[in-house]
Design a protein around this ligand. Sequence first.
Ligand code: DNO
Length: 401
Amino acid sequence: MIQTMRWFGPNDPVSLMDIRQAGCSGVVTALHQMPVGEVWTREAIRERISLIEVGNERYTSLKWLVVESLPVHEHIKKGLPARDEYIEKYKTSLRNLAAEGIKTVCYNFMPVLDWSRTDLTYTFPEGHKTLRFVWEDFALFDLYILQRPGAEADYDQQVQESGRKKLQSMSPVEIQLLTNTVLLGLPGSEEAFELANFQELLNAYAEIGDQELRENLYYFIRQVAPVAQEAGINLCIHPDDPPRALLGLPRVVSTEADLAQLMNACDIRANGITFCTGSLGVRADNDLPGIIRRLGDRIHFVHLRTTKREAEDNRNFHEAPHLNGDVDMYEVVKALHQEELRRRAAHYTDNLLPMRPDHGFQMLDDLHKKTYPGYSMIGRLKALAELRGLEMSIARSVQEY
Ligand code: DNO
């Protein structure tokens, strides 16, 4: 695989040199400063490329390999009349990226919120920190802080009760912290949603159920994927994180069946997948190596990470050491390696998959820094080192036997 890391741009406390020192050859980034839906101009793209590729010429051969993400405007997700205008803009951005030599573009189709957690500083006994999702905390936010109409239908009696009790024991600071964590905005932005108008954003989806959201996704992909294909770009959808419906909003990219249905809705290679083991692996019914074997041809980008479902309630999970969670990382990396060998034998030009170690613990010196949640350097460096060793030993043993 091609080793990459995510870089949030010039404001990221992690530098390009750090990424280079970690042994990466690729950078994953986006023009996070652009408002969602606006065209990414060739000039803006070139400026970012020059920061990565030219500005560091003396030391690095880093390349901007993957865009994560080119966000999809809410009008497209909601299927509003203005969506066609935003789809045209999306196509223009894709053509501009292709003209500047970028070939892989990640996006997601989660309504309103991107990824969701309830705790960004869950602390292990040894002192390092990770991200966690606790169903009861999410329920208490939804039921008693947001007070979403109809929320009761989504939670069993026991969770409603224990959430109510827990809320009573929380200080105003703790309540604020949970609210901020759930309402955290897009990764890479400093902004979060406001509680005051959050319900309005949800209301806009009142008429949009699972089926409608799927149709809106397929409408979008059937228009943009052929343009991407012609321009030489592979699009790759990021699965829902966590892979289940939240806050009454549908989520339609959570399972293998969802992915297969999307692949069939527009059956060309440019309509592809970001294989995020951390997101898909939260569900015990997702067979990750099997998904690679069945849909591998459409995987264009890989996020390696794992979570651990918790014993007291298996709807809760925290992010685990990369080789030691619910995902069988050995089987996953082996299946990815086999997919690369298959591509090489078939003379693909993209036989190597760009991979990034996804998230990492906040640990050691990271604990004294302000970093994007999940994206501190030392935790990701540890993850990459482990994954690199795993991949090498798999590749060598395949050659030798
Ligand atoms: C979180 C990320 C996601 C991802 C987007 C892609 O760490 O994996 O936020 O970037 O969903 O569109």
